[in-house]
Design a binder for this molecule. Structure first.
Ligand SMILES: CC(=O)N[C@H]1[C@@H](OP(=O)(O)OP(=O)(O)OC[C@H]2O[C@@H](n3ccc(=O)[nH]c3=O)[C@H](O)[C@@H]2O)O[C@H](CO)[C@@H](O)[C@@H]1O
Ligand SMILES: C=C(OP(=O)(O)O)C(=O)O
Length: 415
């Protein structure tokens, strides 16, 4: 059961509800390590990464239990500081446990984090910021050991914007002695959601509009009950499903304020949309305009996580389009698989030129999460049958892409 078979060329219609966000839920789970008392996360997505994080927390001595999209965590009596290798190596967000554990237990042993192989993904920004707060790191066999006599507030100016490093240092600062001032922070919604969650647990965090965050350390955080926000990247992926099949569908519970960049691009491609109550209604019949040039950028710019789904859509729009990837150096990996489906894509470093045309079914392999989702989208629009193998990558972030798209009328099955 690790492939999806898609019979392409069927129009979609109807509604689909958007799952909880992977990239918001995982740092909140890491934040539970700082809390004395129960953390309850509603609308928590049923995806592999969430279950890996649950196992990591159990491995640290915390209690963790998941039922009906609710995660129950209790790290009041957390004892251990060695993050289990088996799970941590499969996911990127394991890295933000570094800040939580240094803050709560003054030490951490962490394997090199996994996650999508979309570039080198170093962790130098995380380490140098935590060092400024009084942590010391030594390299161990297949990982790092971090220690501190007690983290202290510091002024940290990130030389480059990083979502993970910003979250890691926020988590480290919450229980640190004194005030931490962070400059040139990432302001992705997932950073903002983490701050809101931590404030609910008693943290003193001020975010300002110019990429600055100020955190005043406190003694401990208390119990938190919170709702994980909807996943803007899953919503964007399903918008691309509508665009690539020229179908009209409705996304229920899509995050309106977080989708401006993808909706602006969708309009440029000829798509039309309307927000009705909490629903995003998409009309894609006129999607046929190639995109002159779209760059990926940090938030509020166009998100790199939607670059591959858009690459699939542009492969099916007649004419020449261009995408420029500025965040991860290896995020055009999926182009090779899309070519097997007839896509005409020329990659030159950070630039992809796409000469859109007709796609046909083929046997292709997912190599990472969003690229895998892009292959499923291409399969929806391709003539004939597409088989996407290695769907475990897709399941890191999508609860059940087959269920959701089938509900919209796609002819596909998981095999
Ligand atoms: C679990 C999670 O939330 N993952 C998201 C997070 O990844 P992640 O937090 O790993 O991404 P970052 O924002 O840290 O990476 C941005 C860029 O900075 C570089 N960098 C990062 C850290 C560091 O210490 N040194 C360094 O050079 C990276 O290689 C990359 O080129 O943000 C990315 C950018 O929006 C998204 O694509 C990922 O989906
Ligand atoms: C790159 C992604 O995830 P991760 O950082 O967890 O590998 C993603 O969600 O697109």
């Amino acid at each position: 059961m690790n492939q999806i078979r898609i019979e392409g060329f069927h129009r979609l219609n109807g509604e689909v509800r958007i799952q909880g966000s992977k990239n918001a839920a995982l740092p909140m789970m890491a934040a539970a390590v700082l809390c004395k008392g129960e953390v309850i996360l509603h609308h928590c997505p049923d995806i592999t990464d969430v279950h890996l994080m649950k196992e990591i927390i159990k491995g640290l001595g915390g209690k963790a239990f998941y039922k009906n999209h609710t995660m129950y965590l209790d790290c009041t009596k957390i004892e251990r500081t060695t993050i289990p290798k088996k799970e941590a190596e499969k996911m990127r967000s394991s890295i933000v446990l570094m800040g939580s554990l240094l803050g709560r237990k003054k030490e951490v042993c962490i394997p090199w984090p996994g996650g999508c192989v979309i570039g080198k993904r170093p962790i130098d920004l995380h380490l140098s910021a935590l060092e400024k707060m009084g942590a010391e790191f030594t390299e161990e066999d297949r990982g790092l050991k971090g220690k501190t006599e007690g983290l202290k507030g510091a002024r940290i100016v990130f030389p480059k914007i990083s979502v993970g490093a910003t979250q890691n240092v926020i988590l480290a600062s919450v229980l640190a002695k004194g005030t931490t001032i962070l400059e040139n922070c990432a302001c992705e919604p997932e950073v903002q959601w983490l701050c809101r969650f931590l404030r609910k647990g008693g943290a003193k965090i001020k975010e300002t509009k110019n990429r600055m965050i100020e955190i005043e350390g406190i003694k401990s955080l208390h119990a938190v009950e919170y709702e994980v926000p909807p996943d803007r990247i899953v919503a964007g992926t399903y918008l691309c499903a509508s665009a690539i099949t020229r179908s009209n569908i409705c996304l229920v519970g899509a995050p309106k304020d977080e989708m401006k960049a993808i909706l602006s691009l969708y309009q440029k491609m000829g798509g039309q949309y309307e927000w009705i109550g909490g629903k995003l209604s998409l009309c894609s019949q006129e999607v046929n305009v190639p995109v002159l040039c779209q760059k990926t950028e940090v938030y509020p710019g166009f998100p790199t996580d939607l670059q591959s789904p858009v690459l699939a859509v542009l492969s099916g729009i007649k004419g020449k389009s261009c995408l420029i990837e500025t965040i991860f150096e290896n995020r055009f990996r999926v182009a090779g698989e899309l070519k097997k489906m007839g896509a005409n894509i020329r990659i030159d470093g950070a630039k992809a030129e796409i000469y859109g045309g007709k796609l046909h079914g083929a046997e292709v392999e997912a190599q990472e999460l969003r690229g895998g989702a892009a292959l499923v989208l291409a399969g929806l629009a391709a003539k004939g049958v597409t088989t996407v193998k290695n769907i475990e990558y897709i399941e890191r972030g999508y609860e059940d892409i087959c269920r959701d798209l089938s509900q919209l009328g796609a002819v596909m099955e998981r095999k």
